[in-house]
Design a protein around this ligand. Structure first.
Ligand code: COA
Length: 375
């Protein structure tokens, strides 16, 4: 007789508190990283400073930030032999998240500290991974366009370099600021699906790269990080502001999910969406495409009035990236470029107080099966 487990089943682990965490918190509609509100960080900080805060549980001094930023910026370049290998990977009809997952796994083979389990090696690995994630995404874009990859400029920030390496042109300062703010807003989010995936892998005392590859796989899905791309595809499908209300009503009547809405934790709104809504309005107007913001606003109002659901981080980030001319399928890889810092903070927290994740499954399968010889 198979062993059975009679405990209650929490599908999707809803309401389950799986670990303690000091990385980020969600209380009602307030998101904090290490106790700092997201609004405060988005307005005053830089992505590099946020990474320091996430990893060190405190704000850096000016000297510490300068040294930390320099180390990150110096680590952006990829080994030449890896660039050659990456150039040989297929890119046509390949989703960039599948490519990024593969490229991150390959990066581990070029890192001689990847398997080390001492604190110092793990910290260097984390720095390199965080610094190189944007470089990988930009390289993918160059290679699929049939262009040569561009090396980063070490004196510039991660946000600046991403835009530079992707386009080959020195980016507009305003766009760098927008991307930096997006990186801050996406850096961590308590025990979301991908952070949990990274912690589950780390809990077996596997290596950091394996934990991050697990997280990348989880982020890729449309119910998680993949939603931002789906939002823009939906807007393109709707086409006009006038068509938006009826389109959404029909989708809801068909019991379809409207991408970029709803959240497991936030029931009174996602604070990141509020910040991104303002950015979307301003950027769409500046780019001469106000209709994308206007259409988003009609959808926002319709989903709220029809279903009582509010937009999440993915809804307005779609039009922010679109107005900057970023290819639609790179939205989720950019999410990963930022979120890798949060995943790493979770992985370190897991290592510091580890217990392997091993829940039970309630048996609902067949019983008393008897093997028979096939002949
Ligand atoms: N569009 C339409 N209905 C939605 C919805 C959406 N985006 N999100 C939730 N709902 C509805 C569900 O259909 C369900 O309705 P019902 O009770 O009538 O069946 C109810 O709201 C509860 O939703 P549920 O899917 O159980 O919530 P969840 O906590 O399991 O899922 C998400 C949370 C984020 C996965 C879900 O809201 C979703 O799929 N959103 C779209 C994808 C997305 O934007 N993901 C990014 C998250 S940051």
């Amino acid at each position: 007789m198979a062993e059975t487990y009679e405990g209650a089943v929490d599908r999707g682990l809803e309401g389950v508190v799986a670990c303690t965490t000091g990385v980020s918190s969600i209380v009602d509609a307030t998101l904090c990283y290490r106790g700092f509100t997201i609004e405060d960080l988005a307005e005053h900080s830089s992505y590099e400073e946020v990474v320091f805060i996430l990893w060190n549980d405190r704000q850096p001094t000016a000297a510490e930030l300068s040294a930390f930023s320099k180390t990150l910026r110096d680590s952006q370049a990829l080994p030449a032999s890896l660039v050659n290998t990456l150039k040989s990977l297929p890119t046509k009809e390949i989703h960039p998240m599948a490519w990024l997952r593969t490229a991150t796994s390959l990066l581990a083979l070029y890192d001689d500290q990847a398997q080390n389990d001492d604190e110092q090696s793990r910290k260097s690995v984390a720095l390199r991974l965080t610094a190189k994630m944007g470089t990988l995404v930009a390289l993918f874009e160059r290679v699929r366009q049939g262009k040569e990859p561009i090396a980063p400029k070490v004196e510039q920030s991660l946000a600046w370099n991403f835009l530079y390496m992707m386009t080959g042109k020195e980016p507009d300062t305003a766009f760098v600021k927008v991307l930096d703010t997006c990186l801050i807003l996406h850096a961590d989010h308590e025990l979301n699906c991908s952070a949990f995936a990274s912690r589950v892998t780390a809990s077996s005392l596997s290596d950091i790269y394996s934990a991050i590859v697990s997280a990348l796989g989880a982020l890729k899905g449309p119910l998680h990080g993949g939603a931002n791309e789906q939002v823009m595809l939906m807007l393109k499908d709707i086409k006009t502001v006038d068509a938006a209300k009826e389109w959404i009503k029909q989708a809801l009547a068909n019991k379809e999910k409207v991408m970029g809405f709803g959240h497991r934790v936030y029931k009174n709104g996602d604070p990141r969406a509020k910040i991104l809504r303002g950015m979307s309005k301003e950027l769409c107007e500046k780019a001469g495409m106000p209709h994308w913001y206007e259409m988003s606003k009609v959808i926002d109002d319709t989903v709220q009035s029809e279903k009582g659901l509010l937009p999440n981080v993915d809804f307005y980030s779609a039009t922010v990236y679109y107005s900057m001319g970023i290819p639609i399928d790179l939205y989720t890889p950019i999410f990963a470029f930022s979120r890798v810092s949060g995943w790493l903070a979770h992985v370190f927290e897991q290592f510091a107080n580890n217990r392997i994740y091993r829940p039970r499954g309630k048996w609902v399968g067949k019983e008393n099966q008897k093997w028979k010889p096939l002949a």
